[in-house]
Write a protein of this length. Structure first.
Length: 451
């Protein structure tokens, strides 16, 4: 479940509450026309543009692989993160211009060009915040957008300023739907062509109206980790990710000040070739009676988890062939153990070192043994269950939201539902873990008790 944001307050001038007879007629008429125009735009957006059924949502992104593929297409995949970080602002916009032209040649229904265009426009806001002269930035942006056939001929500074403002409002619009759609709200620009035109005349009244109407949006049943498609995250990756010296939160603060970053992650490393983990299939030996325990971890681990999620859903996809992660069994994919995931794993154990040390002693092992477990990051899809073959396992969530999972007992053929909170380490001994909707991402660390 997405983290609830504090309520937003709209400041309204006292004059807004005056009766129309005390206001100038022309102003009243213009204001009413603007509201009516916006209501019709929002109505069209909610009823015709945004997905209304499960089938509508599946039209563009059906699986996590689809999400990963779209991300890969729009973050200048021909350049490494270090090469992107080394670009000058002019060089960065030149590369974006060429890539925009390349994407414009595609005939795909997925519409990745619109999302890429939003990120390119948002880049100009970052450049200005970093003290690059606005006239210089707008010249780069102007030359870049000329390769986009729907940009129109009006590319003067004032027009570009309005377009940048529209992108900011569009980012806030998407953020405002996370309480209903979760990370899948970041897919909305893929469903709407000319996204920025919707937000050109955005006002405080528009925000109030949308807040009142957003409950009408259909929430998909399928859970995809689409947070990596947020415009803010795409901007971060176009800048070179962590190699740019900028944090995701710094980029986020430019567009969503005073909001904390929702998690996401990234990196790479080597593991033992075989882990005592099974995919659910008829030949698997049945586990014994189920048991599980949960240990919460602190703020340090939460921060590192954000980097870890980013790594897995972004940098790993970009720096490796698109066929990654490696399929270990039907519906089970391994990312290995990227550095960011390793740091998150270590921090979570340290956060609960006292409790885990006491717990580990009862298992006949030490805390140091836990820190050296052959851990690995996985994605498990619906229809696949995993459980330890012996000794149990520690599992850490790679998500920022609570997820519903099934814990399976193959001896009895029964399953029980468990809400796995995003800051809890789970210990499984004899039960299998399965996703209920979509897929789940987690770090799996098998225990090997001494004989």
């Amino acid at each position: 479940m997405a983290t609830e944001q504090p309520p937003e307050f709209v400041v309204i001038k006292p004059v807004d509450f005056e009766s129309t007879q005390h206001r100038p007629h022309a102003s009243s008429t213009a204001s009413a026309q603007k509201v009516r125009r916006w209501e019709s735009i929002v109505e069209n957006l909610l009823t015709k543009k945004l997905p209304r059924t499960e089938r509508d949502w599946d039209r563009i992104l059906r699986t996590q692989d689809d999400v990963n593929r779209i991300l890969h297409q729009i973050v200048l995949p021909h350049l490494s993160p270090t090469e992107k970080a080394a670009l000058s602002w002019r060089g960065r916009f030149d590369e974006c211009s060429k890539h925009l032209k390349l994407l414009a040649q595609g005939k795909s229904e997925e519409n990745p060009i619109e999302l890429f265009r939003l990120a390119v426009i948002a880049l100009s806001e970052v450049a200005i915040k970093e003290d690059i002269p606005s006239d210089e930035v707008y010249q780069y942006l102007r030359l870049c957008l000329r390769n986009y056939p729907k940009s129109g001929k009006q590319l003067g500074d004032e027009s570009l300023r309005k377009t940048v403002k529209a992108v900011r409002e569009g980012i806030r619009f998407v953020e405002g739907f996370t309480d209903i759609l979760g990370p899948r709200s970041n897919e909305l620009p893929l469903h709407v062509k000319s996204w920025t035109t919707v937000f050109h005349d955005y006002t405080a009244e528009c925000g109030v109206y949308i807040a009142q109407q957003k409950h009408r949006v259909y929430r998909p049943e399928k859970a995809l980790q689409s947070g990596c498609l947020s415009v803010i995250n795409v901007v971060y990756l176009l800048l070179g990710g962590g190699y740019s010296g900028r944090s995701p939160q710094k980029i986020r603060d430019i567009f969503l000040p005073n909001n904390t970053l929702d998690c996401q992650s990234w990196s790479s490393s080597i593991f033992p070739p075989r882990l005592p983990l099974q995919s659910c299939n008829p030949s698997s030996p049945a586990p014994r009676r189920g048991s599980d325990e949960l240990f919460s971890f602190g703020n340090r681990a939460v921060e590192l988890k954000r980097a870890a999620i980013c790594d897995i859903l972004t940098d790993v996809i970009i720096s490796r062939p698109i066929s990654c992660p490696v399929q270990k069994a039907h519906g089970l994919y391994s990312f290995g153990l990227p550095l960011a995931s390793k740091e998150y794993f270590d921090a979570a154990l340290i956060d609960q070192s006292v409790k885990l040390e006491h717990w580990a002693s009862k298992q006949g092992i030490t805390l140091e043994t836990l820190r050296n477990l052959p851990a690995e990051a996985f994605r498990s899809e619906v229809g696949t269950a995993t459980w330890p073959t012996s000794g149990g396992a520690l599992l850490l969530p790679l998500t920022n939201e609570a997820v519903d999972v099934k814990l399976l007992d193959r001896d009895t053929g029964t399953a029980r539902r468990r809400v796995w909170h995003p800051n809890h380490i789970m210990y499984l001994e004899h039960e299998g873990l399965a996703a209920i909707n979509g897929s789940i991402h987690y770090i799996y660390a098998p225990l090997q008790r001494p004989v």
